[in-house]
Design a protein. Structure first.
Length: 417
């Protein structure tokens, strides 16, 4: 059995690696700092060391130097996973023969592939296509699951949620799980159970909302003791209201926090520390969707009375061959033939004479399939919910940044091409 030593001062990261590597048949030991690592390298003589760059009591460079100077440990393979370091530090560690350097948050499939290459042992992983994202918003943990259920990513979620709870100092945990873009059936029961039980490790069932169109998920939860209080709904509005302590029909007063804070924006952590675990896989880069892969004849329409916004969005797509049509009012857009040819529209809500809601109403009588990204300086919850009911695909709050505009367009176009 191959032996691996993990030297990292993050208890969460140590626990994650120890558990996952042990599952794959390795004998795993851990060290809590540089000095502890140096001692255990000599004692255990592992086949592989996975270590952080930033260590206390003995620096990573000191650990590496002692390891290479000792004939008994000089040939040990080393992988480093750390927060971003500058080029000078990378050159310092390169002379010690570090096999791979990964920047935290680490992509687990890439790390395990490096372990496999270093030790000559195959590390099998679930390759089911799956997207899992987790972030915190106004004290609520949002978990998004799409494309499928992947055992590796679901198990990663356990550590990701714990990391988020620690970073944001959350005590009363509320979770919204959003499952979309794939069908779930009886063959997914085991993975679905792992997902739900992972969430329930941190939140009481009554504080968990599950947004999905799957009837199987609702039946699964109803049939499992301890899950009955999980609310399953296909209404985003209802899920948001439940988590925010409101009921249908309750009045939204002016003092209520904005929907941007409640739902659309990732909250800044309470602690000045980066995340260590990335929910994405390195292999997903090969499937990366790029705007340049689309038809050069694609047209994007922008409807906004703010000339700065019109120019900003044109700038966001300046390196593409797309046609960007801009309109300063809703009526001129609706009267233009571009309505029938556009692949995407950016639409401002607050415009004189004809606002964005009116444009949406008329637009849906002409083209129900046209993807719409709403732009507005307004971020009250009723505004978001009203726009969602009119079938918009996404919602962006001004002020905008070109990079964010491009990213959002990529997400929407990816689902339609």
């Amino acid at each position: 059995m191959k032996k691996i030593l993990v030297i990292d001062e993050s208890a969460l990261f140590r626990d994650f690696l120890a558990r996952k590597l042990t599952e794959h048949g390795f004998e795993v030991s851990v060290a809590v700092n540089g000095l502890d690592g140096s001692v255990k390298v000599r004692q255990l003589v592992p086949d592989l060391v996975i270590m952080d760059y930033y260590l206390s009591r003995s620096s990573s460079l000191e650990v590496l130097e002692k390891l290479r100077q000792d004939p008994n440990t000089a040939a040990i393979a080393v992988i480093m996973a750390s927060a971003k370091v500058d080029r000078k530090k990378l050159l310092q560690i390169a002379r010690f023969g570090v096999r791979k350097f990964f920047t935290k948050p680490v992509r687990v499939d890439a790390l395990f592939e490096a372990v496999s290459e270093s030790l000559g042992v195959q590390v099998a992983m679930d390759r089911t296509p799956c997207i899992v994202e987790a972030h915190v918003n106004d004290g609520i943990v949002f978990v998004e699951v799409a494309q499928g259920l992947n055992k590796e990513k679901i198990e990663l979620l356990r550590y990701k949620i714990q990391e988020l709870l620690d970073l944001y100092d959350l005590s009363l945990v509320k979770v919204l799980v959003m499952i979309s873009n794939f069908d779930i059936g009886s063959g997914d029961s085991i993975k679905l159970g792992i997902l739900l039980n992972t969430v329930l490790q941190y939140a009481r069932p009554r504080n968990v909302k599950l947004l999905t169109n799957s009837g199987f998920v609702a039946r699964y939860i109803a049939g499992h003791e301890g899950m009955a209080e999980i609310e399953v709904t296909n209404s985003l509005e209802k899920a948001m209201e439940g988590l925010l302590g409101r009921r249908n029909g309750d009045r939204i007063d002016a003092s209520q926090k904005s929907a941007q804070e409640q739902f659309l924006q990732v909250q800044a952590p309470a602690k000045d520390r980066g995340e260590s675990i990335d929910m994405k896989f390195e292999a997903e880069k090969a499937q990366h969707f790029d705007l340049h892969d689309l038809d050069e004849n694609l047209t994007i329409a922008v409807v906004d009375d703010d000339l700065v916004i019109l120019e900003l969005i044109k700038t966001a797509f300046a390196d593409t061959a797309f046609t960007i049509r801009t309109f300063s009012d809703g009526r001129s857009f609706l009267n233009d033939p571009v309505v029938s040819t556009a692949a995407l529209i950016f639409l401002d809500l607050m415009m004189p004479e004809m606002d964005g809601f009116q444009v949406l109403g008329e637009l849906r009588t002409q083209r129900k399939d046209l993807p719409v990204i709403v732009l507005s300086a307004l971020s009250q919850q009723e505004t978001v919910v009203r726009a969602l009911k009119l079938g918009v695909n996404s919602y962006m709050i001004k002020p905008l940044k070109p990079q964010a505009v491009r990213k959002k367009a990529t997400e929407i176009l990816k689902m339609n091409f």
